[in-house]
Ligand binder design. Structure first.
Ligand SMILES: [Mg+2]
Length: 478
């Protein structure tokens, strides 16, 4: 079948150049002219880290696993594998399986890994009782919280990438050496190793990148009369070191309120912890907090007190964070601030989406699906055979398209055609999303972001129905 000449009719010219990684994408309409107050998370929002940090976290956590938890030395042979894992994946703690789950809680076939090797689809079905569906109650809750700990954990932090890679490596070591082990212990020990080591490493400013852009964004917002605040879970000494490196020692002049060790997401949901003030040495003061003042550093606190003391409510506040659950979910679901998600993966993913190869695969995939939809009602043996051939071609195309992003897990936004679990929550919890804060530099501060109106299934004929039917079908022999 002459695919390429067929497709030259189908791909609109120039369609591949419409996206770029400095675009801000809108899930919901946001008019920046209405936003007076800009709030920020710190890690992976104001402070971006180079990929070298992942290798460093992996190496030190691997060392901790061996030295502190006495895991076998052989795990040392496993070096960090860049781009093995991707954000938003799920991990079945008891079975020791890393996998990608879609918006409807189905595992995407071909994306389940035990250690460093894929698990065949038939085995996955067997392991999950004949279905790819993972029940919600086993997962880490609607937005990341579950009592008693989840059986299936979703990795949402950007720095969980070295954690997933270490889990895969350690699982692989035990499996290939035929050593009996408990995947639940391994999960907990890796988690503790990464947590205890990663914070210390992040103190090292050599991993910080894009500091000039952060500086430029803060300058621009302040020079246009916007109010700025910072709510981070990190300790003051850490934030102070990073911000001084990126923005200079007077970085606190940019912010009207600075809150450290906020304990998000509880900061947004509980009203138990009052604010405390830190003095110039970083020591806690005993005084009751009656107001949040510029130039001071506050610790803990809660959003209810924050709203009462500042009066910063509703859509005049836009909060930027990288963690969909602990930064953005509660603000969207309960409090009505506007939210913006930082998704660095967009840079790589939009590059792939802009390639001719991707456009070609996707167009043919859609066309083939449309043809299969029509052919399925033909019951004669010849049609059935053609249908089967198309089915395997469609499967090959899906795998090829997935591999353009990441050979193990594909795009973080899509499974075959559905949005991923990650993607659905991104749409649910963020008004805007972008590669990094620096994307703001491309827009006027009175700009309105309009989401593209995409048709619902019942609103428009399926895309594949709009194909030039006569032309297409005449070239395909049924
Ligand atoms: Mg963060």
């Amino acid at each position: 079948m002459g695919v390429s000449h067929l497709l030259s009719d189908v791909i609109p010219p120039g369609a591949c150049n419409l996206l770029n990684s400095s675009t801000i994408y809108a899930n919901n309409e946001v008019n920046l002219a209405e936003v007076d107050i800009y709030g920020f998370d710190y890690d992976y929002t104001l402070a971006l880290y180079s990929n070298a940090l992942n290798t460093m976290i992996y190496n030190t956590a691997r060392g901790f696993l061996i030295e502190h938890f006495k895991y076998p030395e052989g795990i040392c042979k496993y070096d960090y594998i860049p781009n093995f894992a991707a954000r938003g994946l799920h991990y079945d703690i008891q079975k020791g399986l890393l996998m990608k789950i879609d918006a409807f809680h189905y595992i995407q076939p071909g994306t389940v890994y035990r250690g460093l090797n894929p698990v065949p689809d038939e085995e996955v079905l067997q392991l999950y009782g004949g279905t790819y569906h993972v029940p919600l109650q086993q997962d880490s809750g609607f937005y990341g919280k579950v009592k008693g700990g989840p059986k299936v954990k979703q990795f949402m932090d950007i720095f969980s990438i070295p954690e997933m890679t270490l889990l895969a490596a350690a699982n692989d070591f035990f499996i290939t050496n035929d050593i009996e082990y408990d995947p639940v212990h391994l999960f907990k020990d890796v988690s503790v190793s990464v947590a205890s080591e990663s914070h210390g490493i992040k103190y090292d400013t050599i991993f910080l990148c894009c500091g000039e852009e952060t500086d430029a964004v803060l300058h621009r917002l302040v020079s246009q009369g916007k109010k700025l605040f910072l709510i981070t879970n990190s300790p003051f000494s850490f934030v102070d070191k990073g911000m001084t490196h990126m923005v200079g020692k007077n970085w606190r002049d940019f912010f009207d309120v600075v809150i450290v060790q906020a304990d998000k997401p509880h900061f947004f949901t509980d009203c138990i912890k009052p604010f405390r003030r830190l003095d110039g040495n970083g020591d806690l003061r005993w005084e009751r907090i009656q107001s949040l003042e510029k130039g001071q550093i506050y610790k803990q606190g809660n959003l209810f007190d924050f709203l009462r003391l500042t009066g910063w409510r509703g859509s005049k506040v836009l909060y930027f964070g990288d963690h969909l659950y602990s930064d953005l979910a509660d603000l969207m679901l309960r409090h009505g601030w506007r939210t913006a998600a930082i998704v660095p993966e967009l840079e790589q993913e939009t590059k792939v989406v802009c390639t001719d190869r991707y456009a070609l695969n996707l167009t043919w995939l859609q066309a083939l699906t449309g043809l299969m939809e029509r052919l399925q009602t033909h019951r004669d043996p010849e049609s059935k055979q053609v249908f089967q051939e198309w089915q395997s071609e469609r499967e090959e195309l899906r795998v090829m398209t997935k591999n353009l992003f990441n050979p193990q897990f594909g795009s973080i936004f899509r499974t075959c055609h559905n949005p991923t679990y990650f993607s659905r929550r991104l749409c649910r919890f963020s008004d805007l999303y972008m590669t990094s804060l620096s994307c703001l530099l491309n827009y006027d501060l009175s700009y309105t972001f309009y989401p593209r109106r995409t048709p619902l299934q019942h609103e428009a004929p399926l895309w594949m129905d709009q194909m030039p039917e006569a032309g297409l079908c005449s070239r395909v022999s049924f």
